[in-house]
Design a protein around this ligand. Structure first.
Ligand code: ATP
Length: 637
């Protein structure tokens, strides 16, 4: 049995070897511990707080963050290292300053053992160091806290934590008394944020605002929803929330979305936030998740796009399409009716479709036309089955049915859905089936103004009841003032208002944290030349993107840039580190990305001028414009 030992006058930790126990009973602690603590106390710019309670043994606060220290000659239980972490993280809740409130991403547990101690695996959640590795560890890591912040955090712990007492060496921590604190007047805040954005570390990992941190830490008794206009830190919050929950649960957590690039981008961002927790979280596109679930259960689930297209085209060319065409000629519109309205909402009977509210779909369809649409849809289903093909909706529906028959053997501890406004109702039902209704198990994040696919569901139709569990973010951290003003003036309708009951806020009401910015509205005849000139005139032409509505336009701009000698990369491959290239892509691929400069060339008018088409265009434009941090170039010819 491990023996409890005295440390600093109080019972802390566990300890094994007999000789060290004897040594400790004489002096209070064994020599290796004294050496480790002395080494920590001596480190320039760090503050050491000794613990009077069992967990942790000490806390070290320095420029790279807060270390929760366990001194152990035997490997500790995960429960102990977790408990020590959570204890210190809870004490830090609410430490704030001009850059915001400190997040627990700055906190790291470190287990230090004497040289030669055996059995210390690398658990992943905490750092394990031999005594001799301490020097390297203390000097490793980018500074995330300034000297003032380090001091303020140490002082906060000293004030708040009765079991922690300061043990720092004034000689190596100069000026620790009487300095200005972490708290400054609000008008200094914006300047500080501005400067923080230029710093080598990414501020959002270290500091959040009060609303964001409130959501990260809140206990929700059931499904909850976070909304807020573009750039207000919803995705950032999702990552912090996952890390927070991962520390306090066991099992896997899920981040999912309908947006193509986002799982990859979110995973990379999470790695920079909490690398030690990465293994606990699956970042996966909802369709890939459904496909993998079916495949794991021996069920065929591959979508053969060409066969699906062929099935739709065959019906579109048949006489069944004629009444539809007469009503509205666009193939794209009717495909969306089948995919998003009928199948996407899981409708299986004409009687339901006959009276269905089709919000945001524009064209009113009398019952007689609906029955023609229904026949068209049934024929499409027949064509699919004749070809032995599934479409994307089929995969989601089959996965949902599969979960109904056999739920996951090990449910997710929590599910976070980003860009929820673009899920279909069937997709929403699937995430709900994956998460359940338990406390903190489902967090839905989205913004109705950025919807790029027609939807039309209510959360209640997926059996999800929010009961007021929700939050709105309003502070825009991405776009400078001029860009928020320009994009906020777009009449992009937010259908979240009438779709899931909770209140929402549009971009026009967001508060940009950063002022300035530039919007150039170009008109003229030689668009290519004008765009190239503007691009070349930028300080950094590589942190820029040309966004288009159509794939064809993106391909054309790619050629134009290449011909002009500008290195280009498709948007699909964007990540925060990709430099040296200008990006080009469609708005659909732009979700999750951001650039210093965004170029929106004028395109052949595409997609008609009906109310619903204009509405979709405005929302696409809002998404495109809000990818820009500093500079926006918009062409109209
Ligand atoms: N508290 C914060 N401090 C500093 N920067 C922040 C903070 N919160 C978010 N950011 C930054 O603001 C930008 C936008 O954040 P994020 O992508 O999470 O917003 P979003 O609401 O998901 O945007 P969108 O809806 O447009 O996708 C990112 O560059 C992020 O790093």
């Amino acid at each position: 049995m491990p023996t409890a030992v005295e440390l600093g006058g109080a019972v802390t930790g566990t300890f094994h070897p007999r000789d060290e126990q004897q040594d400790r009973s004489a002096t209070g602690e064994p020599p290796w511990m004294r050496r480790v603590l002395a080494r920590m106390r001596a480190e320039d710019g760090w503050y050491l707080l000794r613990s009077r309670s069992a967990l942790p043994d000490a806390v070290l606060v320095g420029p790279p963050g807060v270390l929760v220290v366990l001194l152990r000659a035997e490997p500790p239980d995960l429960a102990d290292t977790r408990a020590a972490f959570v204890r210190v993280a809870e004490l830090l809740a609410g430490v704030g300053g001009p850059r915001g409130l400190l997040t627990e991403a700055v906190v790291r547990t470190v287990v230090v053992h004497p040289e030669g101690a055996a059995g210390f695996g690398r658990s992943g959640e905490h750092l394990v160091l031999g005594e001799s590795e301490l020097d390297r560890a203390l000097r490793r890591g980018d500074p995330v806290l300034t000297a003032e912040e380090v001091r303020a955090v140490a002082r906060h712990l000293d004030d708040r934590a009765e079991h922690l007492r300061p043990d720092w060496n004034p000689a190596v921590v100069p000026g620790q008394r009487g300095d200005p604190g972490l708290f400054e007047v609000a008008d200094v805040r914006a300047q500080r944020v501005e400067r923080a954005l230029d710093k080598p570390f990414r501020d959002w990992r270290t500091f959040l605002d009060d609303t964001q941190l409130g959501v990260v830490r809140r206990h929700y008794s059931g499904p909850a929803r976070i909304t807020g206009p573009a750039g207000t830190g919803k995705s950032v919050l999702a990552l912090h929330r996952l890390a927070y929950l991962a520390r306090r649960t066991t099992g896997r957590l899920l981040f999912t979305t309908h947006v193509h690039n986002l799982p990859r981008i979110a995973k990379e961002d999470f790695r920079s936030l909490a690398p030690q927790l990465e293994r606990r979280i699956e970042f996966v596109h909802l369709h890939a998740l459904a496909r993998d679930l079916l495949a794991a259960r021996g069920r065929d689930a591959e979508v053969d796009e060409p066969r699906v297209d062929a099935a739709f085209t065959a019906v579109w060319r048949s006489p069944l399409a004629e009444p539809l065409r007469a009503h509205r000629p666009s193939k794209h519109y009717w495909r969306a009716e089948v995919e998003r309205v009928i199948k996407g909402r899981g409708i299986r009977e004409f009687e339901v479709y006959r009276t269905l509210a089709r919000r945001g779909r524009g064209t009113h369809l009398p019952a007689a036309v609906r029955s023609q649409v229904w026949r068209f849809y049934c024929e499409y289903e027949r064509e699919l089955s004749e070809r032995g093909a599934f479409d994307h909706n089929d995969v989601l529906m089959r996965a949902l049915a599969e979960l109904g028959r056999h739920p996951l053997p090990r449910p997710y501890a929590a599910v976070v859905v980003d860009e929820v406004q673009d899920l279909t109702l069937v997709g929403l039902r699937l995430v709900h089936a994956l998460s359940g209704d338990g406390p903190n198990q489902l967090l839905l994040i989205g913004d109705g103004q950025q919807q790029v696919y027609p939807g039309g569901w209510r959360l209640s139709e997926a059996g999800i009841a929010l009961r007021g569990r929700g939050e709105i973010l309003r502070r825009n951290y991405r776009n400078r003032g001029a860009i928020v003003d320009r994009a906020g003036a777009l009449p992009a309708i937010n259908r979240f208002d009438d779709l899931d009951g909770g209140p929402t806020v549009n971009l026009a009401a967001a508060h940009p944290v950063l002022g300035g910015g530039q919007v150039v509205e170009w008109t003229g005849t030689d668009q290519e030349q004008a765009l190239l000139t503007a691009l070349r005139a930028l300080d950094d032409p590589t942190d820029a993107v040309v966004l288009t509505r159509t794939r064809a336009a993106a391909d054309r701009w790619e050629q134009v840039l290449r011909a002009a000698g500008i290195p280009v990369q498709p948007l699909d491959r964007w990540d925060r580190r990709s430099g040296g290239c200008c990006h080009v892509g469609t708005v659909h691929r732009a979700k999750g990305t951001e650039f210093r400069s965004v170029f929106l060339p004028d395109e052949q008018h595409h997609g008609g001028d009906r109310g619903d088409e204009r509405e979709a265009r405005e929302r696409h434009r809002l998404v495109a414009m809000t990818r820009a941090r500093d500079y926006l170039w918009i062409a109209t010819r």
